[in-house]
Design a protein around this ligand. Structure first.
Ligand SMILES: Cc1cc2nc3c(=O)[nH]c(=O)nc-3n(C[C@H](O)[C@H](O)[C@H](O)COP(=O)(O)O)c2cc1C
Length: 374
């Protein structure tokens, strides 16, 4: 029987040879926003290793408050040439790649270093992941985004989408997860706006998607990364019920999303009471678009249970124990693709090795792989 992980899949006009996606992982190897020249080879080795689709780590769109930190790659200006080299290298290796376009908003560099100058939907300060427990529960600082701020961020995403097409990327992913700016609009905790961006929490995200769709045209895939949790709050939920989720997902579909990349932390966890389906299953059902499920796939049980701070710092042993569960979920239509983060950081040839049954040679993720671009 054909392995469901290695059957082809088409989305938004893009043909994928299999269901394995390299999850977006920011490596922080871009001092001042300039990507390290090693990125091209780093991605090309994953393409050679059989990954169907690569999604770059978060990259900052061209807006003053967009960067998460000073080492996040830019997706504008001089950095674009380096991205062009990465695309060429991935294509030469037979792969496909999308950039993950991001704006950190309240979670960015600006709010960490006083004077506070980050932006968000409302002036609710959100602790950056690095501040941890010392940050206190909540502070109100700065100004909420003006309509002009909103317009300039939407325009920055659209420009990045235009640049992605020009550079030959195979699609784009919009980072709408993990407490980044777009997610700050989706989440009621950070979005307390009295205007229509507060009444309809999906509006900002939908405007960004629509602006990107307008510049890329039809037939160029747009993926949207979505999570309930935040990097600073694993218990947070954007939608408490399927109805609330549908109200967020539908406008995004109407605006032009082809694929939802669902960040789950634990792919097996049911999202709402009364059903075993995970978040990727619900979004696929409610939105009628294909979904990616990611979080804990290919990892041993202990490695999946990472805590608030342990994700980078702990060895994550690989395991194929639950891959049959993943296959069954694909076959019964819960989701279409799987995103692997640490598994593919640990072993660039994860997909080829699993396809060929060379399981005993899989290399685990180790924190040391983050020292260089391995
Ligand atoms: C080093 C590292 C960097 C990450 N950076 C990003 C990022 O830039 N954007 C994003 O959406 N998720 C990011 N993530 C989350 C991953 O995409 C993925 O969802 C997470 O690692 C869980 O998948 P895994 O259990 O297969 O590792 C990052 C994860 C790691 C380990």
């Amino acid at each position: 029987m054909t392995d469901p992980l290695f059957t082809p899949f088409a989305v938004g006009g893009m043909e994928l040879p299999n269901r394995v996606v390299m999850a977006p992982m920011g490596q922080g190897k871009a001092p001042g926003g300039m990507p390290d020249p090693g990125y091209a080879d780093y991605f090309a080795r994953r393409a050679q290793g059989g990954v169907g689709l690569i999604i770059s780590g978060a990259t900052a769109v061209n807006h003053p408050a967009a960067a998460f930190d000073e080492n996040e790659p830019h997706f504008h200006g001089a950095a674009l040439a380096e991205w062009g080299r990465a695309v060429a290298a991935v294509h030469a290796a037979g792969g496909r790649i999308m950039p993950q376009l991001a704006h950190a908003g309240l979670q960015g560099l600006a709010p960490v270093a006083p004077p506070w100058s980050g932006i968000g939907p409302s002036a609710v300060w959100m602790p950056a992941a690095t501040l941890g427990a010392d940050a206190g529960p909540e502070r109100i600082e700065g100004q909420p985004m003006t309509l002009a701020d909103i317009e300039s961020v939407v325009a920055a995403f659209a420009q990045a989408a235009r640049d992605a097409v020009a550079l030959g990327f195979d699609g784009i992913e919009i980072h709408g997860a993990h407490g980044f700016l777009i997610d700050q609009f989706l989440w009621p905790h950070t979005n307390r706006r009295p205007d229509h961006y507060g009444q309809d929490r999906a509006r900002f995200a939908a405007e960004i998607v629509a602006a990107c769709r307008a510049v890329v045209g039809p037939g160029f895939p747009i993926s949207f990364r979505f999570s309930q949790f935040k990097m600073t709050d694993y218990a947070a939920r954007v939608a408490q019920t399927p109805e609330e989720l549908e109200a967020l997902v539908r406008p995004l579909v109407d605006a032009g999303v082809d694929l939802f990349d669902c960040s789950l932390r634990r792919f097996w966890r049911p999202e709402f009471a009364g059903s075993a389906m995970n978040l990727a299953g619900w979004i696929r059902k409610l939105g009628g678009r294909p979904t990616v499920a990611g979080g804990g796939i290919g990892l041993a049980k202990t490695a999946m249970e990472y805590g608030q701070e342990g994700i980078y710092a702990t060895v994550a042993e690989s395991s194929l124990a639950h891959l049959d569960d993943v296959r069954e979920r694909i076959v019964r239509g819960e989701f279409d693709l799987i995103a692997l983060g640490r598994s593919i950081l640990g072993d660039a040839a994860w997909a080829a090795k699993v396809r060929e049954g060379a399981h005993d040679t899989l290399q685990p993720y180790r924190p040391e792989v983050l020292i260089g671009l391995n």
